[in-house]
Design a binder for this molecule. Structure first.
Ligand SMILES: [Zn+2]
Length: 65
């Protein structure tokens, strides 16, 4: 799946956001240099979310450069 070039990943929590501030953790350390996309729907039930330390539903980068 391709992500719009306007979207950026938070370096802190890997959430993919379209603004200048991460709406998950409040960090402004965002990057367009990220790989992969993980859509967390029920993070509390997902092993992948647990591995990535994702606790809230949303779109996340698998790897942030
Ligand atoms: Zn964040």
């Amino acid at each position: 799946m391709l992500v719009s070039s306007r979207e950026r990943a938070c370096r802190n929590c890997r959430k993919i956001v379209s603004g200048n501030v991460c709406d998950n953790c409040g960090s402004t350390s965002l990057t367009t240099n990220f790989q992969g996309l993980f859509i967390a729907l029920l993070p509390e039930e997902s092993k992948i979310a647990e591995t990535l330390e994702i606790k809230k539903p949303g779109h996340y980068a698998v790897k942030v450069g």
